[in-house]
Design a protein around this ligand. Structure first.
Ligand SMILES: Nc1nc2c(ncn2[C@@H]2O[C@H](COP(=O)(O)OP(=O)(O)OP(=O)(O)O)[C@@H](O)[C@H]2O)c(=O)[nH]1
Ligand SMILES: [Mg+2]
Length: 381
């Protein structure tokens, strides 16, 4: 959302520093006519480092940071002096950020622990000075190594929130209401679809001294994988959750079908999501009487289920018990997931048969233009 403070995707051009060249230098001193080689090594170029900083919750501070360039290493000098190392540059990001190559979509690294530092792009190594190349047969090497050059990459940073339980459901299923009841969070609640436009996190206290984190994400509808509604991009925030809580309202026409649609959309986004422990909550059960609850209970998908009402508080404690039990189950502790960039970043391939028809000299050098780009029906004879 353009005016939102919740930024979970940024693209930055990152460049590490060049390594400084080694020096070709010879020792000179009074009464020492041929002092031999003494060129020092170049300094290493600065790294671009991704650092998890707990003071940040979103990537909004990087929204306008389009370029992040590290310093170059300095060249070596005489008297075997090494050049100064280029200073590293740090990109501070919230815990849970994942970095991808923007062109290929290749996963580069992620930071999951507070304070964790990962070298995103290493700086170039400094070249060796001519002092290193002296040998018995070549006592005055007249060469030194150049520094290794920098690495430049367009990097996409994606924030994937870290929570224990993720709420999955159609719009209006009562997800935000549940979060507001079990935690101190105040998400927006209203009786129209797509009230929630960005994820909300809440800390759920459980039996006095224990707690876990719950993530409420925008609603999903059939065809979200094709971009309907708000799409599926918010699903990345439940990728690392241990348990998924599916929420289907009790007044839904077909609970089975609704659950199947949700599963299908999740599979479209990342099939690994289906391996997570799933729990079904039938919400708004204050709208039902005992008999109906029993009837619905007979025919439900084969996963643990619980009937809840956020208004009357019915089943909420039972739900918390169930969630806590599943969260502490060793089997569900595995939260590792393959990070794949789902947005197509790669530029469209130029069709082979488009011939370059014109090459013009411009202010920025030679530029090749394709005929199609200049086709204008107005000027057709
Ligand atoms: N009767 C009843 N109404 C509920 C209950 N929980 C939520 N509602 C109502 O359902 C409507 C939608 O609730 P939300 O919590 O905004 O639903 P949501 O799933 O977050 O919806 P989106 O943010 O649009 O995806 C609101 O009018 C709530 O008051 C419940 O347990 N019982
Ligand atoms: Mg909501």
């Amino acid at each position: 959302m353009a005016d939102s403070n919740f930024v979970d995707y940024v693209k930055i051009l990152c460049r590490s520093g060049n390594g400084g060249p080694g020096s070709t230098h010879y020792h000179r001193e009074k009464y020492i006519a041929k002092g031999g080689p003494d060129g020092g090594d170049g300094g290493r170029g600065g790294h671009v480092v991704l650092r998890a900083n707990t003071n940040y919750w979103t990537l909004i501070h990087l929204r306008f940071a389009r370029h992040v360039f590290a310093e170059h290493g300095a060249s070596g000098t005489g008297a075997r002096s090494s050049g100064k190392q280029g200073s590293d540059i740090y990109i501070d990001v919230p815990v849970g950020t994942v970095a991808f190559d923007a062109e290929t979509g290749e996963f580069l690294c992620d930071v999951t622990e507070p304070g964790q530092e990962v070298v995103l792009l290493p700086g170039g190594r400094g070249g060796l000075g001519n002092w290193n190349f002296r040998t018995a047969t070549n006592q005055t090497p007249r060469f030194s190594q150049p520094g290794e050059s920098h690495i430049e990459r367009n990097v996409v940073l994606e924030l994937k929130l870290l929570a224990d339980v993720g709420l999955v459901g159609f719009p209006n299923a009562g997800k935000s209401t549940l979060l507001s009841v079990v935690s101190a969070a105040h998400p927006k609640i209203a009786d129209y679809p797509f009230t929630t436009l960005e994820p909300n996190l809440g800390i759920v206290t459980y039996r006095d001294d224990k707690s876990f984190v719950m993530a409420d994400i925008p609603g999903i509808i059939e065809g979200a994988s094709e971009g309907r509604g708000l799409g599926l991009r918010f699903l990345r925030h439940i990728e690392r959750n241990a348990v998924l809580l599916f929420m289907v309202p009790a007044d839904s026409a077909d609970i089975h079908n609704e659950y199947k649609i949700l599963l299908n959309e999740l599979a479209q986004f990342n099939p690994e999501l289906l391996d997570k422990q799933k729990i079904l909550a039938i919400t708004k059960c204050d709208l039902l009487d005992e008999q109906l609850i029993e009837e619905i209970g007979q025919d439900l998908p084969g996963i643990p289920h619980v009937f809840i009402s956020s208004i009357t508080g019915e089943g909420i404690l039972e739900l918390k018990d169930l969630l806590w039990k599943e969260l502490n189950d060793e089997v569900n502790k595995v939260v590792s997931i393959t990070h794949t960039a789902r947005t197509v970043y790669a530029p469209k391939e130029v069709e082979e048969d488009l011939e370059v028809t014109e090459v013009t000299e411009t202010r920025f050098g030679k530029e090749a233009f394709k005929k199609e780009e200049f086709y204008d029906p107005e000027f057709e004879d």
